[in-house]
Design a binder for this molecule. Structure first.
Ligand SMILES: [Zn+2]
Length: 303
Protein backbone atom coordinates (compact mmCIF):
# COMPACT_ATOMS: atom_id res chain seq x y z
CA UNK A 1 0.00 0.00 0.00
CA UNK A 2 1.36 3.37 -0.98
CA UNK A 3 1.02 5.95 1.75
CA UNK A 4 -0.48 9.24 0.67
CA UNK A 5 0.86 12.00 2.91
CA UNK A 6 -2.51 13.71 2.75
CA UNK A 7 -4.04 10.84 4.68
CA UNK A 8 -1.21 9.89 6.97
CA UNK A 9 -0.60 10.65 10.58
CA UNK A 10 1.49 9.24 13.36
CA UNK A 11 0.33 9.82 16.91
CA UNK A 12 3.27 9.66 19.26
CA UNK A 13 3.43 9.48 23.04
CA UNK A 14 6.34 10.56 25.24
CA UNK A 15 5.98 8.10 28.12
CA UNK A 16 7.20 9.90 31.25
CA UNK A 17 5.88 10.69 34.71
CA UNK A 18 5.00 14.36 35.12
CA UNK A 19 5.24 14.32 38.92
CA UNK A 20 8.78 12.96 39.25
CA UNK A 21 10.14 15.11 36.41
CA UNK A 22 8.61 18.28 37.87
CA UNK A 23 9.95 17.36 41.33
CA UNK A 24 13.49 17.02 39.98
CA UNK A 25 13.60 19.75 37.34
CA UNK A 26 11.62 22.43 39.18
CA UNK A 27 12.46 21.67 42.83
CA UNK A 28 15.66 19.60 42.76
CA UNK A 29 14.03 16.67 44.59
CA UNK A 30 14.67 13.19 43.18
CA UNK A 31 11.83 10.67 43.49
CA UNK A 32 11.04 7.47 41.60
CA UNK A 33 8.38 7.74 38.87
CA UNK A 34 4.84 7.58 40.29
CA UNK A 35 2.26 5.13 38.96
CA UNK A 36 0.24 8.01 37.50
CA UNK A 37 2.19 7.39 34.30
CA UNK A 38 0.70 3.90 34.15
CA UNK A 39 -2.87 5.06 34.66
CA UNK A 40 -2.73 7.78 32.02
CA UNK A 41 -0.77 5.75 29.48
CA UNK A 42 -3.52 3.12 29.82
CA UNK A 43 -6.07 5.80 28.93
CA UNK A 44 -4.04 6.76 25.85
CA UNK A 45 -3.83 3.08 24.86
CA UNK A 46 -7.65 2.92 25.08
CA UNK A 47 -7.96 5.84 22.65
CA UNK A 48 -5.70 4.05 20.15
CA UNK A 49 -7.67 0.85 20.60
CA UNK A 50 -11.03 2.65 20.11
CA UNK A 51 -9.78 3.84 16.72
CA UNK A 52 -8.04 0.60 15.73
CA UNK A 53 -4.90 2.76 15.45
CA UNK A 54 -1.22 2.22 16.25
CA UNK A 55 1.39 4.75 17.26
CA UNK A 56 4.93 5.24 18.51
CA UNK A 57 5.62 5.37 22.26
CA UNK A 58 8.91 7.14 23.09
CA UNK A 59 9.54 5.68 26.52
CA UNK A 60 12.03 6.53 29.26
CA UNK A 61 14.35 3.76 30.42
CA UNK A 62 13.41 4.53 34.02
CA UNK A 63 9.73 3.93 33.22
CA UNK A 64 10.62 0.56 31.68
CA UNK A 65 12.65 -0.20 34.83
CA UNK A 66 9.83 0.59 37.27
CA UNK A 67 6.80 -0.36 35.16
CA UNK A 68 7.86 -3.23 32.88
CA UNK A 69 4.28 -4.49 32.51
CA UNK A 70 3.23 -1.17 31.03
CA UNK A 71 5.96 -1.34 28.40
CA UNK A 72 5.07 -4.94 27.56
CA UNK A 73 1.43 -3.97 27.17
CA UNK A 74 2.33 -1.15 24.75
CA UNK A 75 4.31 -3.62 22.63
CA UNK A 76 1.69 -6.36 22.85
CA UNK A 77 -0.97 -3.99 21.56
CA UNK A 78 0.99 -3.54 18.33
CA UNK A 79 2.55 -0.15 18.96
CA UNK A 80 6.12 0.79 18.18
CA UNK A 81 8.33 1.26 21.24
CA UNK A 82 11.06 3.85 20.96
CA UNK A 83 13.44 5.64 23.33
CA UNK A 84 13.03 9.01 25.09
CA UNK A 85 16.32 8.77 27.05
CA UNK A 86 16.72 6.97 30.37
CA UNK A 87 16.22 9.78 32.89
CA UNK A 88 14.78 12.55 30.73
CA UNK A 89 17.97 14.61 30.56
CA UNK A 90 18.10 17.36 27.94
CA UNK A 91 20.90 17.28 25.35
CA UNK A 92 21.62 20.86 26.35
CA UNK A 93 22.62 19.53 29.81
CA UNK A 94 24.59 16.42 28.78
CA UNK A 95 28.06 15.59 27.52
CA UNK A 96 28.31 13.16 24.59
CA UNK A 97 29.51 10.46 27.05
CA UNK A 98 26.50 10.86 29.34
CA UNK A 99 24.13 11.00 26.37
CA UNK A 100 25.58 7.75 25.03
CA UNK A 101 25.02 5.98 28.37
CA UNK A 102 21.47 7.34 28.68
CA UNK A 103 20.41 6.22 25.22
CA UNK A 104 22.24 2.92 25.10
CA UNK A 105 20.90 1.78 28.48
CA UNK A 106 17.31 2.79 27.68
CA UNK A 107 17.42 1.05 24.30
CA UNK A 108 18.77 -2.14 25.84
CA UNK A 109 16.23 -2.18 28.66
CA UNK A 110 13.26 -1.76 26.32
CA UNK A 111 14.59 -4.30 23.83
CA UNK A 112 15.21 -6.83 26.61
CA UNK A 113 11.64 -6.39 27.84
CA UNK A 114 9.91 -6.76 24.50
CA UNK A 115 12.39 -8.94 22.61
CA UNK A 116 12.08 -6.56 19.67
CA UNK A 117 14.54 -4.12 18.14
CA UNK A 118 14.01 -0.44 18.93
CA UNK A 119 14.52 1.89 15.93
CA UNK A 120 13.52 5.34 17.07
CA UNK A 121 14.67 8.05 19.45
CA UNK A 122 13.18 11.34 20.62
CA UNK A 123 15.15 13.79 22.76
CA UNK A 124 13.49 15.16 25.89
CA UNK A 125 12.07 18.64 25.21
CA UNK A 126 13.09 18.35 21.51
CA UNK A 127 16.57 19.32 22.67
CA UNK A 128 18.39 18.56 19.41
CA UNK A 129 19.16 21.96 17.90
CA UNK A 130 22.06 23.56 16.00
CA UNK A 131 24.12 23.74 19.24
CA UNK A 132 23.51 20.11 20.27
CA UNK A 133 23.76 18.62 16.77
CA UNK A 134 26.63 16.44 18.13
CA UNK A 135 23.77 14.47 19.67
CA UNK A 136 22.84 13.12 16.22
CA UNK A 137 26.16 11.27 16.14
CA UNK A 138 25.49 9.82 19.59
CA UNK A 139 22.02 8.70 18.49
CA UNK A 140 23.47 7.03 15.40
CA UNK A 141 26.26 5.36 17.40
CA UNK A 142 23.70 3.85 19.77
CA UNK A 143 22.22 2.02 16.79
CA UNK A 144 19.02 3.96 16.17
CA UNK A 145 17.60 4.05 12.64
CA UNK A 146 15.80 7.33 13.08
CA UNK A 147 15.45 10.34 15.32
CA UNK A 148 12.36 12.50 15.83
CA UNK A 149 13.65 15.34 18.00
CA UNK A 150 13.85 18.37 15.75
CA UNK A 151 11.19 21.05 15.95
CA UNK A 152 11.74 23.08 12.78
CA UNK A 153 10.75 26.44 14.23
CA UNK A 154 11.85 28.97 16.81
CA UNK A 155 10.44 27.99 20.20
CA UNK A 156 11.00 29.48 23.65
CA UNK A 157 13.10 26.53 24.88
CA UNK A 158 13.59 24.41 21.77
CA UNK A 159 13.68 24.54 18.02
CA UNK A 160 15.84 24.45 14.92
CA UNK A 161 14.54 27.28 12.74
CA UNK A 162 14.94 26.59 9.03
CA UNK A 163 15.35 22.82 9.36
CA UNK A 164 13.52 20.75 6.71
CA UNK A 165 9.87 19.92 7.37
CA UNK A 166 10.21 16.73 5.31
CA UNK A 167 11.52 13.39 6.49
CA UNK A 168 15.18 13.45 5.51
CA UNK A 169 18.45 11.59 5.89
CA UNK A 170 20.90 13.66 7.89
CA UNK A 171 24.61 13.47 7.25
CA UNK A 172 25.97 14.28 10.68
CA UNK A 173 29.02 16.38 11.63
CA UNK A 174 31.02 13.11 11.84
CA UNK A 175 29.66 11.90 8.48
CA UNK A 176 27.26 9.34 9.89
CA UNK A 177 23.78 9.00 8.49
CA UNK A 178 20.53 8.99 10.41
CA UNK A 179 16.92 9.53 9.36
CA UNK A 180 15.18 12.53 10.91
CA UNK A 181 11.42 12.83 11.24
CA UNK A 182 10.90 16.49 12.15
CA UNK A 183 7.91 17.49 14.25
CA UNK A 184 4.96 19.07 12.47
CA UNK A 185 4.81 22.85 12.38
CA UNK A 186 2.48 25.22 10.53
CA UNK A 187 2.71 28.85 9.63
CA UNK A 188 0.36 30.99 11.62
CA UNK A 189 0.37 34.78 11.65
CA UNK A 190 3.78 34.95 10.02
CA UNK A 191 5.60 32.40 12.16
CA UNK A 192 5.90 28.64 12.38
CA UNK A 193 4.28 27.04 15.42
CA UNK A 194 4.30 23.43 16.65
CA UNK A 195 0.55 23.05 16.41
CA UNK A 196 0.14 19.27 16.71
CA UNK A 197 0.90 18.64 20.36
CA UNK A 198 1.87 19.86 23.80
CA UNK A 199 0.46 23.14 25.02
CA UNK A 200 -0.92 24.02 21.56
CA UNK A 201 -3.12 20.93 21.57
CA UNK A 202 -4.15 21.69 25.13
CA UNK A 203 -4.88 25.40 24.77
CA UNK A 204 -6.15 25.92 21.22
CA UNK A 205 -9.79 25.30 20.37
CA UNK A 206 -10.18 21.88 18.69
CA UNK A 207 -11.35 23.31 15.35
CA UNK A 208 -8.18 25.35 15.05
CA UNK A 209 -5.96 22.33 15.75
CA UNK A 210 -7.90 20.34 13.16
CA UNK A 211 -7.27 23.08 10.61
CA UNK A 212 -3.54 23.05 11.36
CA UNK A 213 -3.43 19.25 11.27
CA UNK A 214 -5.03 19.06 7.81
CA UNK A 215 -2.78 21.87 6.59
CA UNK A 216 0.30 19.85 7.62
CA UNK A 217 -1.09 16.81 5.81
CA UNK A 218 -1.16 18.61 2.47
CA UNK A 219 2.63 18.29 2.39
CA UNK A 220 3.71 15.74 5.00
CA UNK A 221 2.43 13.12 7.40
CA UNK A 222 1.14 14.85 10.54
CA UNK A 223 3.18 13.99 13.63
CA UNK A 224 1.13 14.47 16.79
CA UNK A 225 2.61 14.22 20.29
CA UNK A 226 1.20 13.89 23.76
CA UNK A 227 2.36 13.08 27.30
CA UNK A 228 0.39 10.90 29.71
CA UNK A 229 0.43 13.67 32.36
CA UNK A 230 -1.48 15.97 30.01
CA UNK A 231 -4.54 13.82 30.72
CA UNK A 232 -3.99 13.97 34.48
CA UNK A 233 -6.57 16.27 36.05
CA UNK A 234 -6.33 14.84 39.58
CA UNK A 235 -4.63 16.83 42.31
CA UNK A 236 -0.90 16.07 42.52
CA UNK A 237 0.41 14.58 45.80
CA UNK A 238 0.85 16.86 48.84
CA UNK A 239 4.67 16.63 48.65
CA UNK A 240 4.45 18.36 45.26
CA UNK A 241 2.41 21.24 46.66
CA UNK A 242 4.75 21.53 49.67
CA UNK A 243 7.59 22.26 47.22
CA UNK A 244 5.43 24.44 44.96
CA UNK A 245 4.61 26.72 47.87
CA UNK A 246 8.34 27.33 48.42
CA UNK A 247 9.12 27.91 44.72
CA UNK A 248 9.77 31.35 43.22
CA UNK A 249 6.72 33.07 41.76
CA UNK A 250 7.86 32.53 38.16
CA UNK A 251 8.26 28.74 38.64
CA UNK A 252 4.98 28.65 40.52
CA UNK A 253 3.03 30.41 37.76
CA UNK A 254 4.64 28.43 34.98
CA UNK A 255 3.87 25.07 36.66
CA UNK A 256 0.30 26.11 37.46
CA UNK A 257 -0.26 27.21 33.85
CA UNK A 258 0.44 23.59 32.76
CA UNK A 259 -2.91 22.65 34.28
CA UNK A 260 -5.02 24.96 32.14
CA UNK A 261 -7.56 23.06 30.00
CA UNK A 262 -6.02 19.65 30.72
CA UNK A 263 -9.56 18.30 30.87
CA UNK A 264 -9.92 18.97 27.11
CA UNK A 265 -6.85 17.05 25.92
CA UNK A 266 -8.18 13.48 25.90
CA UNK A 267 -11.21 14.38 23.78
CA UNK A 268 -9.19 16.51 21.33
CA UNK A 269 -6.56 13.78 20.92
CA UNK A 270 -9.25 11.19 20.15
CA UNK A 271 -11.12 13.41 17.69
CA UNK A 272 -7.90 14.23 15.86
CA UNK A 273 -7.04 10.53 15.67
CA UNK A 274 -10.48 9.90 14.17
CA UNK A 275 -9.61 12.04 11.14
CA UNK A 276 -7.07 9.74 9.51
CA UNK A 277 -6.02 7.14 12.06
CA UNK A 278 -2.42 6.61 13.05
CA UNK A 279 0.47 4.37 12.13
CA UNK A 280 3.88 4.04 13.81
CA UNK A 281 6.65 6.36 12.62
CA UNK A 282 8.80 3.45 11.48
CA UNK A 283 6.01 2.39 9.08
CA UNK A 284 5.82 5.90 7.62
CA UNK A 285 9.59 5.88 7.07
CA UNK A 286 9.59 2.45 5.42
CA UNK A 287 6.84 3.45 3.00
CA UNK A 288 8.64 6.68 2.11
CA UNK A 289 11.85 4.75 1.46
CA UNK A 290 10.05 2.44 -0.96
CA UNK A 291 9.21 5.36 -3.24
CA UNK A 292 12.64 6.94 -3.48
CA UNK A 293 15.68 7.92 -1.46
CA UNK A 294 15.00 10.43 1.27
CA UNK A 295 16.45 13.90 0.66
CA UNK A 296 19.93 14.31 2.15
CA UNK A 297 20.67 17.14 4.57
CA UNK A 298 24.25 17.77 5.62
CA UNK A 299 24.80 19.18 9.10
CA UNK A 300 28.03 20.98 9.84
CA UNK A 301 29.88 20.88 13.15
CA UNK A 302 28.00 22.12 16.21
CA UNK A 303 28.75 25.71 17.06
ZN1 LIG B 1 9.66 14.32 27.55
Amino acid sequence: MEINSAQTASFTVDVEDGVSIAMRDAFGVEITPTDRVVKHTHRILEIFSDHGARGTFFTLGIIAEHYPKLVKRIGNEGHELAVHGYNHLLFTNMTPEIAFRELESAKKRIEDLTGREVYGHRAPAFSINPVTSWGLDVIEKCGFTYDSSIMPCKGPRYGWPGFSKDIVTIETPENNRIIEVPMSTVEFMGRDIPACGGSYLRLLPYKMTEKFFTKVQRENPAIVYIHPYELDTERYPDFYFDELKKAPLKTNLSLRSNWLLRNTVEKKFGKLMGLSGSIPLIDIIREKQKGSDLPLVKISQST
